[in-house]
Design a protein around this ligand. Structure first.
Ligand SMILES: Nc1ncnc2c1ncn2[C@@H]1O[C@H](COP(=O)(O)OP(=O)(O)OP(=O)(O)O)[C@@H](O)[C@H]1O
Ligand SMILES: [Mg+2]
Length: 380
């Protein structure tokens, strides 16, 4: 059982030598359930590592509390926290064999030799370090990057910690290895049945691995939700733009009156361009009625743009700038009167020419609307 509770957590680096005070973590509040895979995601410098290091006990807490299974651990030294951390720079001991790299921490703790052997063998088996080649007697320099990373994971697993913390553990691997190791860590999570907190700036990693995701920006939590909840119901403009690849299309415009009491989104353009116009459903119009005449930002995902404009969907006109065939899908990059948009379609044989005019249908049934001032999502 390992439940982590983070309460009113702050990390403030005091001003020093002309450098102003830095609030690296700004009042973080969240709970990681027992056996949950929680991912902290956000751009560089948003406070992910700092948060994780405070949980591990490697960074002093400025204010707030961290609880492990109901027990406050603020003052508990790292070695007594029963939490194992895997870093981006996994720093294996170069002069030690793989076996000893994994066994060393246990030796220091005085775990009996046969128990160490059992734990290392079991971890090595889970991590595929025994087959097809037995790597236990090799030195780290005779391993691939991915194999080294697995040894670093092994070092954490043998400790049988209550919780695992990962700080960008895949960032030193090449693209293919990243995907493979990503899957392995997900499998590992199921096998070990333990609580994991995983930090990454890569939204794809976050989306594919997490039970729930904490999105951070400038030290502040933006939203905490399951991957698809974040994707379909982002809390604000930042989350909408950060989660999803290719990113959500965002159009500035205003909501004007349309027939039968509905509202129409009109893109903000300068002449001679013609704006994109889309009439909203009666239901959405009612929910947005207080915004009539006001500026909003319209958001729709690349898969809500369709290459074959139909009469049921409003048409977005633009110039097709780039066609990217991805295999099973094609990405179309187009320029409208004032914005750039991306269409993601499973149709691969479109016969479209770059530089030509193109009409796309926009499915507004799942569109999002944002307040341009507060950048918050307007509920619909
Ligand atoms: N010792 C320090 N003194 C002052 N500021 C610091 C110190 N350590 C970190 N920071 C700042 O705190 C902020 C958060 O850093 P942190 O390492 O947690 O970011 P991160 O989200 O892990 O970013 P990345 O994705 O680049 O690893 C950054 O702006 C960083 O510059
Ligand atoms: Mg970091």
């Amino acid at each position: 059982m390992a439940k982590v509770l983070i309460e009113n957590l702050y990390k403030i680096y005091p001003a020093e030598k002309g450098r102003p005070e830095k609030i690296a973590v700004d009042n973080a509040n969240f709970e990681i359930q027992d056996r949950e895979f929680m991912v902290l995601v956000g751009p560089s410098g948003c406070g992910k590592t700092t948060t994780l290091r405070m949980v591990a006990g490697l960074e002093e807490i400025t204010r707030g509390s961290i609880y492990l299974d109901g027990k406050k651990i603020n003052e508990v030294p790292p070695k007594d926290r029963d939490i194992a951390m895997v870093f981006q720079n996994y720093a294996l001991y170069p002069h030690m064999s793989v076996y000893r790299n994994m066994a060393f921490g246990l030796e220091l703790r005085g775990v009996p030799k046969d128990e160490i052997r059992r734990r290392v063998d079991s971890a090595a088996k889970i991590l595929g370090l025994l087959e097809p080649d037995n790597l236990l007697e090799r030195k780290p320099k005779a391993l691939s990057g991915g194999q080294r990373q697995r040894v670093a994971l092994g070092r954490a697993i043998v400790r049988k910690p209550k919780a695992f913390l990962f700080d960008e553990p895949l960032s030193n691997l090449d693209a293919k290895m990243r995907v493979e190791t990503r899957t392995e860590i997900s499998k590992l999570h199921r096998q070990l049945d333990s609580t994991m907190i995983y930090v990454t700036h890569d939204q794809t990693e976050a989306m594919t691995m997490a039970d729930r995701i904490v999105v951070m920006r400038y030290g502040k939590i933006q939203q905490i939700a399951a991957p698809l909840e974040l994707y379909h119901r982002p809390a604000n403009l930042f989350v909408a733009g950060f989660i999803g690849s290719p990113p959500m299309n965002l159009l500035q415009g205003t909501l004007g009156a349309a027939p039968n009491g509905t509202l129409e989104f009109v893109e903000k353009v300068t002449s001679p361009h013609l704006p994109f116009r889309g009439v909203l459903s009666t239901d959405t119009s009612r929910k947005l009625s207080s915004r009539q005449g006001k500026e909003v930002i319209l958001g729709f995902r690349p898969e809500q743009l369709h290459p074959n404009a139909t009469s049921s969907n409003p048409t977005l006109q633009g110039i097709l700038e780039v066609v990217e065939p991805m295999g099973a899908e094609t990405y179309l990059y187009l320029k409208t009167g004032a914005h750039s948009c991306i269409c993601r379609t499973t149709e691969t044989d479109l016969g479209l020419k770059e530089g030509s005019k193109i009409n796309l249908g926009v499915d507004l049934s799942r569109a999002a609307f944002f307040d341009p001032k507060t950048e918050e999502t307007i509920p619909t």
